[in-house]
Unconditional design. Sequence first.
Length: 446
Amino acid sequence: MDIEFGELEHTQPVVQLRPDRNKHYAVVACGSPDENELAIFVDVDVMRDMEAHALDDTSVELGGVLLGGQYTDEEGRPFVLVTDSLRAEHYESTKGSFKFTHETWEKITRERELFPAELQMVGWYHTHPDWGVFLSHMDMFICDHFFNKPLDVALVIDPCRGDRGWFQWTGDPNERVRRTGGFYLTASRFRANELQRYTQILEGKLDMARETRFPIGDAPYPAPIINVGDRGGSWQSLAVMGMLTAQFLLLGLLAWKLLTPQPVMMTGAQREADRLAAQQAILNEVIGKLDVVPDGLVDELTETRARAEELSTDKLAQQAYLRELQQQTAELGSERDDLVSDRDRWRTAHEQLESKLDDQKLRIAALTKELRALQGIDDETLSDATDEAKSTGGLSRTWWIVISVAAAVVLAGALAAISVRADREKRHDGDEQPIDPSAFEADNDT
């Protein structure tokens, strides 16, 4: 990871009253915290925000940093208080990895400057969508280099399996980090009931997963109940009948959709959008017949409509992506045809060159044979001469001597003839005396 978090400051934890001993707070244990482990107190709104962040995108890992303080109680036992969190931006992530970048750290640094100085970074959190809760080698690299203080903590959330776990340093080289048995959720004492319900949701004891999707400020406080005369009972009966009717109509619509043959297979996003649109239309019709709108139904319909619009947008994006893939496939097919054509053309040219090469070899052989015939040397004689030359190592020394002597005699005779002719011409020009034949013969003998 090519980033630097700067020089980390290691300060001694200050003594502070634990939230579970402070009357201002409501504290509920989530899981089974052990007294011998590091006590981790997390604000319920911070936990809700991290859980909502984990559900934003389950196709890749997400993460952020934890803000708060690291303290010790009156008995010297350390504990960590998480009071805020910052979501990481400009990160690099895949289905199985999460990396901070320089831009991530710069954004976090700028955001931290807006908080009080005593609010320090006490750890980090990230998601493992459908991978389980553990710390990978890359996670340990981040812990070792950027969150290595003794009281720094790490939170891993698996939004697909509904599991989460906190990890602390142990100081033991054989087991450097350990998952805690649980943690504590904190809130104002006036929100004790809400804190209990949310803890049950995280522990899987209450089937209200929608609770984790509420943004900050929209916490589901108990709705006020107002009864006016006997109309409450009739209204509830009418609402129940309307909901049952809507469900039966929805089932009928789904059965009709499934039994009707479709000319083109619809994508998952399109089917989901159509289903939500049909459900919304049915609910709108039922609500129109009611005298009073149930609490929260408008918000639920608004959320359903937003989901339908989101699915519609996803469908358009998928269609555009499909068209792009089809275009790329066509281009690749054209390139493949061009390559096949080039291959056939080069193969034909290669065969033609090989044919020409064979013709040239035959022509060279014929010309060689004609040349030997013109020189009066047939193949057998030439072969015998070649073999004899190879066996004897060339002409013998005697033949070389004979040839040299013959050449010397011929050269001497030629020089003598030239000399006699020159002398005769000289005499003819001087006194024109006749040439003595005996002298010529004597010269020739020499």
